[in-house]
Design a protein around this ligand. Structure first.
Ligand code: C6P
Length: 416
């Protein structure tokens, strides 16, 4: 299938131009052009982000919120601008609801600690789902252990969809927090988070949405969703590593205890007593990842320029085509066949272990992820040790899917 879509689509979505924006996509491995299909793990960076970080370090870099000199003031402004950009991106009510973290993992740990500490008590319950990444299980498990609370799990069906009737049965006045992902990194399922939030709120629970695989692919409006917390990672949305976002309703941030303590999150310090400053700074102890935050701003600007709806539509076409094509590969089973999926396909082959698939595809210059994807309970639920996973980004093409399918045929030939 040709790379360029039909004329009206190609006008709206200039795939060739987008690919030009990502320098790494012109690389070859083993004399073959790179096919990068591991966007669920991390995305490649456009020139706009690389250049912004380069320019920032070359000409503008200084500390933030601490200096009275021009470099520091400029950096403080650029840093603050990203908070505004993220606020608009998520449609948060105010920029003080945007906390910068190291990534989704740190955002979840922050909420589990800072909300859990004051608000989860012995006998309370926390609900997660059967398709969570370890990052959205373990912090909640630990806070439950520490507090004498119980962790409950929303089950899923054979297609990898959460069973909402079972979720409703789990909810009770004891439920303090419901923590679920927007999109599963192991199955690709898009969860009905609006309904999940609505039901939780009816019992007085707050909802944490792990948006690591959601925000890069779907429009998110935290006010329309009415979610209490939403988190995502910069590096999965074409931005740098070392930076992530936690959105939280202002009232929650004010009631929560700090996660880390130290410089820049205080109002007054004496040896007897410390008072803390206002959110979001109350949750940003120490010198933050300044250039990474600025780079994240450039990444979101870039995504906005291409258009998240257009990206989602393109990835959906890729998903549809890849699903059809992969289903023609002998002995291949797709793990996760939900009716609502993002551009991510987990699969197993009768002929080869996922690790062998990944290694052999690498020799075709095709990068996919293999393993349990930090979601061991999902592997157990589907009775597989691991899967191979192809996950799409804004720059992937139909030809690349053809390359993947051809690569899998080669794997079968070699293993057979
Ligand atoms: N998933 C993958 O699937 P960090 O590492 O903090 O940026 O993101 C953690 C995380 C949390 N939730 C979900 C749903 C995720 O998918 C991830 C990261 C990667 O390949 C690495 S395991």
């Amino acid at each position: 299938m040709a790379d360029v879509l039909n004329p009206s689509e190609s006008k709206a979505y200039d795939l060739a131009a987008i690919r030009q924006d990502f320098p790494v996509l012109s690389r070859t491995f083993y004399d073959k052009p790179l096919v990068y299909l591991d966007n669920g793990a991390t995305t490649q960076k456009p020139k706009a982000v690389i250049d912004r970080i380069h320019r920032f370090y070359s000409e503008e870099y200084g500390t933030v919120r601490r200096g009275v000199y021009a470099l520091s003031e400029g950096s403080t402004e650029a840093f603050a601008q990203t908070r505004e950009t993220v606020k608009a991106f998520l449609n948060a009510a105010q920029s003080s609801e945007i906390v910068f973290t190291k990534g989704t993992t740190e955002a979840i740990n922050l909420v589990a600690h800072s909300y859990g500490q004051p608000f989860i008590q012995a006998g309370d319950e926390v609900i997660v789902s059967a398709m969570e990444h370890h990052a959205n299980i373990v912090p909640w498990q630990q806070v439950c252990l520490a507090k004498g609370a119980t962790l409950k799990v929303i089950p899923m069906n054979e297609r990898g969809e959460l069973i909402l009737e079972e979720y409703e049965k789990l909810l009770s006045p004891k439920t303090r927090v419901v923590a679920v992902n927007h999109v599963s990194n192991a199955l690709g399922t898009i969860n009905p988070i609006r309904r999940i939030i609505e039901l939780a709120h009816q019992t007085g629970a707050v909802v944490f949405i792990d948006g690591a695989q959601g925000a890069p692919h779907l429009n998110v409006d935290v006010q329309a969703l009415d979610c209490d917390f939403y988190a995502f990672s910069g590096h999965k949305i074409y931005g740098p590593t070392g930076v992530g976002v936690l959105y939280a309703k202002q009232a929650h941030l004010e009631a929560m205890v700090p996660y880390q303590t130290g410089g820049d999150m205080i109002e007054t310090v004496t040896f007897e007593k410390t008072t803390f400053t206002q959110p979001p700074y109350k949750f940003e102890a120490g010198t933050p990842p300044i250039a990474q935050v600025v780079g994240l701003g450039a990444a979101i600007d870039y995504v906005n320029e291409v258009g998240l709806s257009a990206i989602a539509a393109h990835e959906h076409r890729l998903l549809k085509y890849a699903t059809e094509q992969l289903n023609t590969v002998p002995g291949l089973s797709i793990i996760g066949t939900a009716s609502m999926k993002a551009g991510l396909i987990s699969f197993v082959l009768e002929a080869a272990h996922p690790l062998d698939i990944g290694t052999l595809l690498d020799h075709e210059a095709i990068a996919i992820r293999t393993g349990h994807h930090c979601a061991q309970p999902v592997m157990k639920r589907f009775n597989v040790p691991a899967t191979a996973r192809a996950s799409f980004g804004m720059y992937n093409t139909f030809d690349e899917i053809d390359r993947l399918v051809a690569g899998l045929h080669k794997v079968i030939d070699m293993m057979g």
